[in-house]
Design a binder for this molecule. Structure first.
Ligand SMILES: Nc1ncnc2c1ncn2[C@@H]1O[C@H](COP(=O)(O)OP(=O)(O)OP(=O)(O)O)[C@@H](O)[C@H]1O
Ligand SMILES: [Mg+2]
Length: 274
């Protein structure tokens, strides 16, 4: 597995932003993470992206336990393995769009303006390359973030609401890029509130108050391959059947979502259309 979260929690005082979440993601999977505001999606992305550490549990990326790495080694993982599209953009305000993309190249390898301009062209921003973030719309800034995340060909793209500010045409541009990356074998983890964006992923997990509250497969072949490779359903708390909190049994899930408690009780996962 490229990514293995084992009983991961992030606790702030009384609040469990993530609550005992276990999740494995193989290389090449396209996973969507959905859930209401405050359900822990960004917290999860920050932990996977080595920007934050869990209060409990462990995270393995490419087989390496992240808790064993020094801050310098974590920074290396961040620049060598992961490409991040942040919910809040985090563009450097006094640098132009193309310079913001080149900063990512600078930390990774060699600065190449032509390549950075091509990445902006890919997200439809060739004509805005020399504008400052303050001169760009929210959707344009978001697409600069996508270009910045792609520029170093990361193995794992973590995208937090990457289409949240985009109109239909630009959402399509970003989804097409994700499709191409997926075909090339890139692993994608995409947080979204948009059902269409989520449905493009092979697998969806839903969070509720930091816990796994549902899992859905949109691609049955990928599901079977995942199980055959030893992949297991995501879960919170105990994986054993019948040990989930009983209130999950009555929880309303969107159409198609498997309730993990029910799934455990019937000994498997539900797939769309079953
Ligand atoms: N540094 C922090 N200190 C205290 N509480 C925090 C901190 N960061 C996040 N939280 C809390 O953790 C919970 C999960 O936050 P998170 O940002 O992961 O939610 P989210 O699912 O990404 O929400 P949204 O859809 O609004 O982006 C929220 O209740 C939030 O207030
Ligand atoms: Mg968030």
């Amino acid at each position: 597995m490229l990514l293995d979260l084992d009983h991961v929690s992030k606790i702030y005082g009384d609040l469990h932003a993530l609550d005992d979440l276990s999740l494995t993601v193989p290389a090449g999977q396209w996973l969507a993470v959905v859930g209401s505001s405050g359900s822990g999606k960004t917290t999860l992305m920050n932990i996977i992206g080595c920007m934050d550490t869990p209060s409990k549990g462990s995270v393995r990326l490419e087989g390496h336990p992240l808790e064993d790495l020094s801050s310098a080694q974590l920074a290396d993982v961040r620049k060598d393995v992961v490409g991040l599209v942040f919910q809040k953009f985090y563009l450097i305000p006094h640098l132009t769009a193309v310079e913001n993309v080149m900063v990512s190249q600078y930390y990774h390898s060699v600065v190449d303006e032509r390549q950075a301009l091509d990445a902006l062209d890919r997200v439809g921003l060739a004509d805005r390359a020399h504008h400052l973030p303050g001169q760009l719309s929210g959707g344009e800034q978001q697409r600069v973030c996508v270009a910045r995340a792609l520029i170093n060909d990361p193995k794992l793209i973590l995208a937090d609401e990457p289409t949240g500010n985009l109109d239909e045409a630009n959402e399509k541009i970003v989804l097409d890029i994700f499709r191409q990356l997926h075909e090339q074998g890139t692993t994608l983890i995409v947080v979204t509130h948009d059902a269409l964006v989520a449905s493009c992923a092979q697998r969806e997990i839903m969070l509720n108050h930091g816990e796994l509250s549902g899992e859905l497969w949109n691609d049955e072949d990928a599901h079977q391959a995942y199980l055959a490779a030893g992949g297991r359903p995501a879960f919170s708390h105990d994986a054993a059947p019948g040990t989930q909190p009983s209130d999950l049994l009555t929880q309303d899930l969107p159409v198609g979502f498997a309730n993990p408690t029910k799934a455990a009780k019937v000994g498997g996962q539900t797939t769309k259309g079953e």
